[in-house]
Design a protein around this ligand. Structure first.
Ligand code: HEM
Length: 184
């Protein structure tokens, strides 16, 4: 057995770790396969399963992210391992933008419901897990849907950068940073 001791960085708490991975899974699903759930063409008769699942998971991201941000404000992050000042700034900027986007993207999705309903479906039939309708806002125009898509694309780029940074820490810097976000 090796006597070398692996670096054991200070960790996020279990609530922060759970919320990180639940929201990460939901975001990655919504930004890849989940997008297509809304692809319903004008005049098509269909079950509202796809749009309802898309809206429901999006609202779930919004609610969980609000809890996560509140939790993060009350529980500051553990101190980072030594790294260049620009890396600390870049990390803070990317994390901050990811937090913001987990709120802004679903909010824009809610705003985009009314114009979506006019073009394709009766938006009032789209619900939060079949419990209550989510067409809450008046039609503010197509820009809401466009911004929903643009912010989604921005999140894809930031998530790729975020994952590349985690991989760099793991395999190039070898500072075991990823252990800060795992239970073991
Ligand atoms: C396979 C995918 C992912 C990996 C490997 C990963 C890894 C990590 C790691 C290691 C940290 C801790 C960084 C540190 O020590 O300060 C972290 C933090 C964070 N991650 Fe991820 N992540 C992934 C996906 C995502 C996704 C999809 C999001 C989008 C919401 C996300 C948002 C965040 C945020 C906002 C933080 C900052 C936590 C804080 O300081 O409060 N991550 N991630």
């Amino acid at each position: 057995m090796s006597t070398a001791t692996a670096i054991q960085p200070e960790k996020y708490n279990r609530v922060a770790i759970s919320l990180h991975w639940i929201i990460a899974a939901l975001m990655i699903y919504m930004l890849t396969l989940g997008e297509e759930l809304m692809e319903v063409r004008e005049g098509e008769t269909l079950s509202l399963y796809g749009p309802t699942l898309h809206a429901s998971l999006g609202i779930l991201v919004l609610l969980l992210s609000a809890v996560r941000i509140a939790w993060r404000i009350i529980n500051p992050a553990p101190p980072l391992p030594p790294m260049a000042a620009w890396q600390v700034k870049a990390t803070a900027a990317i994390h901050g933008m990811l937090y913001l986007l987990t709120l802004v993207i679903p909010l824009l999705g809610l705003l985009a419901m009314a114009p979506y309903g006019l073009e394709r479906l009766d938006a009032d039939k789209v619900s939060f897990f079949w419990l209550f309708p989510v067409n809450l806002f008046p039609n503010l125009g197509e820009w809401t849907a466009e911004l929903h898509e643009i912010t989604g694309n921005l999140a894809k780029i930031l998530i790729i950068l975020h994952v590349l940074a985690a991989l760099k820490h793991q395999f190039i810097d070898r500072d075991n940073l990823i252990r800060r976000m795992t239970f073991r």
